[in-house]
Each structure stands twice: as C-alpha cells, then as structure tokens.
Design a protein around this ligand. Structure first.
Ligand code: PLP
Length: 439
C-alpha cells in the first residue's frame, strides 16, 4: 500500500485501496443503506427503508406452495435451470403484465434475481464510461448506484405532480446532445414513483415515448409498484405502447415477497438474447426453487386477492401518514400518492434534511434525506417518508416526533440566525451523540 493510496482513501483500513478498478469508485454506501442499521433498533420509528410488509402474506400459502414443489418437482427445484428462467413462470408473468395493458411473448421475458439484477444487466449491456442516463429527479437510489458503477453520468429531468415533464425532457436531451455526450437510455419509474410518489399521466406516457422514439433513446421502464394502487389503477405501462423501444422491468418483490429475489425483464428480441447471455454469465441461472414456488403460488393461490390485501394495508398506512402530516406539520408540503410506498416531503427553504438527520435519530425517528435520490447533490430541502412497513399508530408517532425535530431545528435557526454558529453547533451535537452507522 502506498502512502498516497491510504491518504486518498481517507483511512488506512484497506490495503487494497490502490488496486480497485476505477468503476468501483461508483460503489458508495448510500444513505438508505446506512439507515437500515438505525431502522433495526426497535425504539426508532423508521420511515426510512422501503421494506414491503410481508406479514400481510399468509405464510401458509407459501408453505403450501413450497411443499408441493418439493414433493412433485424436488429434483428440478434443487437443480440449476435455464438462464432465461422457468418457461411456465414466464408464461404466468405475461398474465401479471396483462393487468397493465402489456401483450408480449413469453420468449421475450428473462427472469432475473429481482428487478435490481435486471437493472444491473441492462446497464452492463449498454453503458460505457461517460455515457449519459437520463432519469427523473429525484430517482431510485440503487439504480443510480449501478449506473455510476458503470461510470455513466446521471442527468435528472424534473417532475411535477403528473410525473416527468415532457418539455423539460426535450430541453435536456437537446442540451446533452449538444455537449457531444451519448444518451444510452431514459430510466423511468412511471407509476407510484420511488421516491416521489407521483404517477406519470397517460398523455405524458404517450408524449415521452414519442420524444424517446424521435431521439432514438431506449426507454428503461421500471415498474415494481404499478399493481399496488389505492383508489384507481395507474395508466397502462409505457411498454403497452411500444415493444421495440422499451425494456420493461417487473418484480414479485412487492406483490408477493422480496425474499424470493425474483423479477424479470421484458425486452425487444435482440436485447433479450443478450440479456440471457449476461444473466448466464452473472448467475448461471436464477433460482429454480424460488421460480417454481412462485409458479405454484400463482397457479393455486388467489394472487390477485393477495395483491388487493396488500393494497388495503398500504392504503390505510398512506392515509395515516397524510393525515398525521396535515395535523402535525401543516407548514410543509408533500405528495399524496395513489399507490406504492412513498411520500416526498418538501421542507421550508431554511431546513436541510441531511443536516437534520442526527437530531431526528436522537428523537427516535428516521427518514431518508432527499440528497440520497439525486446524483448531483440536490435534495437538501426534501425527505422521503415510507409508509409501507410501520403500523398506522407508529406512523403517527413517527410524524409527531418529526414535528418536534423540525420545530427544534427552526428554533435553532431563529436563535442563531446570522451568527454563523449553527453549523458548529450541529457538528458538536453530532460529535456528542453520534447516531449509529449514519454516514
Ligand atoms: C424503483 C425500484 N426498482 C427496483 C427495485 C428493486 O426491487 P427488486 O430487486 O426487489 O425486484 C426497487 C426496490 O425497492 C425499486 O424501488
């Protein structure tokens, strides 16, 4: 280890610091990841992570499916399988996608180890260093970690309450093209966005696809939450409009359980072939066991009824969060999602969600600072609140604690305004009571 290497690392704990590939620089622990450690302390109300409430899934349903699979196809379930995924499950995935207007051929579905792995494979196929990925601002934090690990640049396009703004997308594309950079794809989460909670309108889906087509930009449509609507379904998927220019990603993580780690990509035929090769190179085959259990579950259980159960649970929790925000923090603004897991909150201009986090943890409430969801350091005035996991009572408690934190922070600002001593005070506070594992 060179002295310079250890100095650049900022610590001397890793003797291999100077050996890493350049792309490993994009792999940094996100705020979300660090927060999972905090969230696991029972006294903290975590509005930070995005864990599905799997307790709403009767375990008997899963045990029954596992039992049948092992009795009837045990040797297949325990064996390596196809790099593209179990054929019967790929057929069943077509039924799931049909609920959002998609017609497709099972031959164009590739089963992956969660949709997270599909994001990785698509990035591996398309991204060279210096390429540009356009995404909404804010965007899904762990997708951006992947894009950056392939040394791509993430360019954000703003949203409003109807999702990505088409005129802003046009301007952005023109600007990136004028700079001589190559845009490889548009990454979008059109329904019940993570983290913004908004849904792209049907008119905008049509227009955004048209813009992508005019500019020969592939659309990467990531749709984990589409079926988890509250009052009315989301508009049909962008993929329902075009089978040649869209790679669509789906998952069983939110409509069944993330522990199976089963998701999929639906891709234009030529891309599909390359995805299978990349999947085989990465994992040989996705888990045969998980796929067969899910296939059996879809065949024998009332899976649509189970999705309705999840919808009911999340709807109740969303209502609890929105009404608690109205009651305890009426001076803030927030999105009111019609599905999914997340509310995006905007703080008064003077507040900084990242700087405020240690105080929040001290008050036993955790959230994710908005900065986690921007590649360019934006988002200080925002936070993501998740309503998927805590009970409605705990959500109310968490928002009440958050109100105490925000009032306290505003008081501090009033007291020390203009003295320049607030940052020093915050640093001192952090030093005196360091929150566990928050970086
Ligand atoms: C927008 C988005 N995409 C992808 C994923 C990954 O899901 P999984 O790999 O469990 O399918 C998540 C998980 O939270 C997500 O929110």
């Amino acid at each position: 280890m060179t002295e310079q290497g250890s100095l650049q690392a900022g610590n001397n704990l890793d003797p291999w610091y100077s050996h890493y590939a350049e792309r490993a620089g994009g792999l940094r622990a996100s705020e979300v990841r660090a927060l999972f450690a905090v969230a696991s302390r029972p006294e903290v109300v975590s509005l930070a992570g995005g864990m599905p409430f799997v307790a709403a899934l009767p375990q008997d349903l899963v045990i029954g499916a596992m039992d049948t699979v092992m009795r009837e196809q045990g040797a297949v379930a325990l064996q390596y399988g196809s790099g593209q995924g179990v054929p019967e499950l790929r057929e069943q995935i077509l039924e799931v996608m049909a609920l959002e207007g998609i017609t497709a051929n099972a031959d164009d579905v590739v089963v992956t180890t969660g949709s997270q792995h599909a994001l990785e494979l698509v990035s591996k196929l398309f991204l060279d260093p210096g390429d540009v990925v356009i995404s909404e601002g804010p965007s899904y934090v762990t997708a951006m970690v992947i894009f950056k690990s392939y040394q791509a640049e993430v360019e954000h396009v703003p949203m409003d309450e109807h999702g990505l703004i088409p005129e802003a997308l046009r301007e952005h594309i023109a600007r990136v093209k004028a700079s001589g950079k190559t845009i490889k794809f548009l990454y979008t989460i059109p329904s019940f966005h993570n983290p913004a909670g908004v849904t792209l309108s049907w008119e905008r889906r049509v227009e955004i696809l048209q813009i992508a087509q005019e500019n020969e930009i592939l659309v990467l449509e990531d749709n984990p939450y589409g079926l988890l609507y509250f009052d009315r379904p989301a508009p049909d998927a962008i993929r329902s409009l075009d089978e040649d220019g869209v790679v669509y990603l789906g998952t069983f993580s939110k409509t069944l359980a993330p522990g199976f780690r089963v998701g999929w990509a639906l891709a234009p035929h030529a891309i599909r072939e390359k995805l299978v090769l990349a999947n085989e190179a990465a994992v040989l085959s996705p888990s045969s066991f998980s796929q067969l259990v899910i296939s059996e579950y879809l065949k024998t259980a009332d899976w649509k009824g189970q999705i309705n159960t999840f919808r009911g649970v999340y709807h109740e929790r969303k209502n609890a969060m929105i009404s608690a925000l109205g009651e305890y923090l009426p001076e803030l603004t927030w999105t009111n999602p019609n599905g999914g897991f997340y509310v995006w909150v905007t703080l008064p201009e003077r507040l900084d969600s990242k700087a405020m986090l240690p105080r929040a943890v001290k008050e036993l409430v955790a959230y994710t600072p908005g900065t986690a969801f921007f590649a360019d350091g934006d988002g200080h005035q925002n936070m993501r609140l998740s309503f998927c996991y805590p009970t409605p009572e705990n959500i109310r408690l968490g928002i009440r604690r958050l109100a105490t934190v925000i009032r306290g922070e505003l008081d501090l600002l009033d007291t020390f305004a203009g003295t320049g001593s607030l940052d020093a005070l915050r640093d001192g506070q952090r030093f005196a009571a360091p929150p566990p594992n928050i970086s």
